[in-house]
Design a binder for this molecule. Structure first.
Ligand code: NIG
Ligand code: FE
Length: 411
């Protein structure tokens, strides 16, 4: 039989089975095939197995890689569309100011909103594309991207449209999330309830009519939105047919993750301050916890999400970059892998399943991506490491040698 491409490697890391989210101890199995091969036809994987078998069945162009082959990484949490720079805040934080102090003083998200509103479509499109390409070249072949630096009907729609237009300029897949309730815009100071009404009654219906966003998200936090306000926003998202996600328990435990789980959220993200009594309701709802260790690291926090406890409670963890202007300026999911091991206590195997199978399911993409299995999209990475377990160990550098999206080499 004919295949467009057959990739061969001394170590094929399938991450199979990927049909369901992998909880607890099931996160430790990588499905490694020594001397393996992946046959690809028309953008899909048609066979994965030992080289001797795959190559006897399939004719076609063969590429031999010296290092491991893995599924493309799935980044389930990022905010790459923003104008301006927050390097001055980075310097203030290095001198001891905290992220929340800067936010309360009118800096933080608000300063990025101003710069983003001032930037043209072309500027935002080009800078965002450059960031997304860097994410892809570091191994992310499916990337969730959030709006949330617009905070008006017109700006939020503009940003979602820019993301939508970037889909044709980037081989990696983008998954769009609306996050109009990211922060209170300054023009609504003292009128928080009015802004929540604007989000629910005007923004969300407009986002629905536009049809680009697949998920809705909200920042449930002191200084952002309360649990009750977040519930209103998520309910409105749900009525508009959007899947639900939440930023919760990032700096304080308010109970947002639990509330979102009760509404059937697909993911609850950050969770640095999630207490053990909230694990069971999240598990019962099938909500996937997404850890963003890069955020704690970049903000100099001592508190990291309770990843080990969640795994012991048999939940399926995912990890994301949280790439954004203020709290985590790193495009690299490889860095997220290293931090998952170093700061969350995951094994290299667990970290990789969190960044592939589980993150794919957290984006409702578990049938298409996240593992090297027949019928899935041929999103594949070739590393220049012979053993995949060295990946998080080798930190802060790019060890992805080649990136394939739908069977085409893109980097
Ligand atoms: O995920 N928590 C809220 N949103 C982002 C930070 C955005 C910003 O600081 O610009 C986050 O950490
Ligand atoms: Fe975030």
């Amino acid at each position: 039989m004919n295949a467009d491409l057959i990739l061969c490697s001394p170590q094929v890391v399938t991450c199979a089975p990927g049909g369901n989210p992998r909880p607890g101890s099931q996160m430790n199995q990588l499905g490694i095939i020594p001397q393996g091969a992946v046959a690809i036809h028309q953008g899909l994987i048609v066979e994965v197995g030992p080289q001797s078998e795959v190559c006897s069945r399939w004719q076609g162009k063969r590429e031999y890689h010296r290092g491991a082959l893995t599924p493309g990484l799935v980044d389930p949490h990022s905010h790459p569309l923003f104008g301006g720079s927050r390097v001055h805040e980075f310097q203030m934080r290095a001198r001891g100011a905290t992220y929340q102090e800067i936010h309360a003083a009118g800096g933080g998200i608000w300063s990025t909103v101003q710069a983003t509103r001032e930037a043209s479509d072309e500027q935002l499109g080009n800078t965002t594309l450059e960031r997304l390409r860097r994410m892809m070249l570091h191994g992310s072949t499916t990337i969730e991207v959030k709006s949330g630096y617009g905070l008006s009907v017109q700006e939020e729609l503009r940003h979602l449209k820019i993301y939508q237009d970037l889909k044709s300029r980037l081989p990696a897949e983008l998954v769009l999330t609306f996050m109009g309730a990211h922060s209170l815009p300054q023009e609504y100071t003292g009128r928080q309830a009015d802004y929540v009404r604007l989000v629910c009654e005007q923004m969300i219906p407009a986002v629905r009519a536009q049809g680009y966003a697949e998920f809705g998200d909200v920042f449930c936090e002191v200084g952002a939105f309360t649990v009750e306000e977040s519930r209103l926003v998520l309910r409105a998202c749900q009525e508009a047919g959007l899947g639900l996600r939440i930023h919760a328990e990032e700096f304080n435990h308010l109970g947002g993750a639990r509330m979102a789980a009760e509404l059937g959220a697909v993911s609850a993200d950050h969770l640095q301050f999630l207490p053990p009594e909230d694990f069971a309701p999240i598990r019962a709802a099938g909500t996937i916890p997404i850890m963003t260790a890069g955020t704690s690291f970049f903000l100099g926090m001592s508190q990291f999400a309770p990843a080990r406890g969640l795994i012991e409670a048999n939940l399926p963890l995912a990890i994301g970059s949280d790439f954004n202007a203020g709290s985590c300026l790193s495009e690299s999911m490889q860095m997220a892998l290293s931090l998952a091991v170093l700061k969350l206590g995951l094994s290299p195997e667990e970290a990789l399943i969190a960044a592939t199978v589980n993150s794919a399911h957290s984006l409702r993409r578990g049938e298409q991506v996240g593992s090297l299995e027949v019928g899935k999209r041929a999103d594949v990475l070739a590393l220049n490491l012979s053993d995949v377990r060295e990946w998080p160990y080798h930190y802060g550098v790019n060890v992805v040698e080649s990136v394939y999206c739908k069977g085409v080499r893109v980097g």
